[in-house]
Design a protein around this ligand. Structure first.
Ligand code: C2E
Ligand code: SIN
Ligand code: FE
Length: 404
């Protein structure tokens, strides 16, 4: 059984399933491990993490049962918080189907990657970059998102490990645009936040490759080097032609947190602009959903839940809620289990509720057998989603079922 317990109750012999809170707060890289060294116990108790999940099937249990916050309660709280985010009245229905937009989105992603690559190489060589070169692409991404927001965002998640920084830039550009639309920014602002997303990590070009691409946890010294990338990027943009204020701001402040515990300036409150707050959410979401040289990415629906769980003031709550409306609670492509035990893949968002998308059901967990796929519009049906399922556990080819 998985249990959430306060850090002070941890003892040797427990199996640590997961640490709660910011990964940068703790020196443990492995996600789950048997706690069998006193040294590790001391580190855990002194690293500022308040709570952890333990697995009592794999290690010792807690002594006082009254201290336990069950995973179920925790999940319910998150579900509840997410359910209270209402959908926008009159949410725009995509003009073009996911299927029809995907090919264009794929081409656009690869063009954008090439453009970011060449701009970032200039930066690496210490040259000023010409930001106007990127503008037509940002306009194209904006148009693709207007036709169907999910198509480009779906493609933008797919990254090969080597090109992470460039593809991450393209993805954050798209997320910033989609979030900007959700927040009803005007056209000029949307263009500015798109460019800002594209350039926010340009400072990573000044970080030694062996640190940036290290296939494991960074040492404190290495992370200090990483922490210089917002300011280095800002310096590059300052020297570049046509950098807007928004891009400079997002570049310098995308690692700031609302609670003032971010870097490089540890600012908070009014000093942290809306654009920087948007940048923080989009950056982390894309990092978490991407495969990296040191870890595999999480599913979008899972990621939204994890981010909703972080209550330590990393993100601006209003911006985060707008972001959830942008991405959806069950983004298309998510594998879900319905209350009747059928497995289904989400194929389209609904304009009625974030919780009731159109799904394609295809497998019965009761008989453990597939059946002829069946479309269900959950906004018009008695059926409802019971849980998100991990597709890797089931081994289905979801692509062939959803068509994307
Ligand atoms: P951050 O924690 O400030 O990390 C900034 C950048 O440092 C990361 O950008 C990544 O390039 C590098 N970095 C951080 N930790 C490691 C590491 O252990 N190994 C290596 N090789 N590189 C590392 P990235 O990946 O684009 O992530 C952006 C932000 O997303 C992070 O900022 C953090 O806030 C969040 N994030 C990413 N992955 C995780 C994760 O697994 N757990 C949590 N809680 N947050 C994450
Ligand atoms: C993170 O781990 O970087 C995000 C969690 C948080 O600090 O809210
Ligand atoms: Fe960054």
């Amino acid at each position: 059984m998985i249990k959430k317990i306060p850090t002070k109750k941890i003892r040797l012999g427990m199996y640590i399933q997961e640490l709660c809170g910011s990964w940068m707060d703790h020196p443990f890289w492995k996600k789950s491990f048997l706690l069998d060294r006193q040294e590790d116990l001391n580190t855990l108790q002194n690293c500022g993490i308040q709570e952890v999940y333990i697995d009592t099937d794999k290690g010792l249990d807690i002594l006082e049962q009254s201290e336990i916050v069950s995973l179920q309660d925790e999940q319910e709280k998150i579900e509840h918080a997410l359910k209270n985010i209402p959908i926008n009245k009159g949410k725009a229905i995509p003009k073009v189907s996911m299927h029809d937009e995907l090919d264009r989105a794929r081409k656009l992603q690869s063009q954008s990657k090439a453009a970011v690559h060449s701009m970032f190489q200039e930066a690496r060589m210490g040259n000023a970059i010409k930001i106007s070169d990127a503008e037509p692409l940002v306009d194209e991404i904006n148009l693709s998102i207007s036709r169907n927001p999910e198509a480009f965002l779906n493609i933008a998640r797919l990254k090969n490990v080597d090109d992470y920084t460039y593809l991450h830039s393209v993805a954050v550009c798209a997320l910033m645009i989609a979030l900007g639309k959700q927040l009803a920014l005007d056209d000029k602002q949307i263009k500015d936040v798109g460019i800002a997303g594209l350039l926010h990590d340009v400072g990573k070009m000044m970080i030694p490759a062996d640190v940036l691409n290290k296939p494991g946890k960074l040492t404190d010294e290495e992370f200090e080097i990483i922490k210089t990338h917002p300011r280095k990027g800002w310096e590059i943009l300052k020297l570049s032609e046509g950098a807007n204020q928004v891009a400079l701001d997002v570049c310098l402040h995308h690692h700031e947190k609302v609670n003032g515990k971010g870097y490089p300036e540890s600012i908070s409150g009014d000093a942290l602009s809306l654009y920087a707050r948007m940048g923080a959410v989009c950056d982390v979401y894309d990092a978490l959903t991407s495969n990296r040289c040191y870890k595999n990415g999480w599913e979008p629906a899972e990621t939204i839940r994890k981010m909703a769980e972080w209550k330590d003031g990393h993100f601006d709550e209003t911006v985060f809620h707008a972001f959830v409306k942008t991405i959806g609670i069950y983004p298309s492509g998510t594998l879900v289990k319905l209350k009747n035990g059928k497995l289904a893949v989400v194929v389209q968002q609904s304009d009625k509720s974030l919780l009731a998308p159109l799904v394609k059901a295809f497998f019965s967990t009761k008989s453990n057998e597939p059946f002829a796929p069946e479309m269900i519009d959950l906004s018009k049906s008695q059926e409802a989603i019971a849980s998100i399922e991990d597709p890797s556990k089931w081994g289905f080819d979801l692509k062939s079922i959803s068509g994307f």
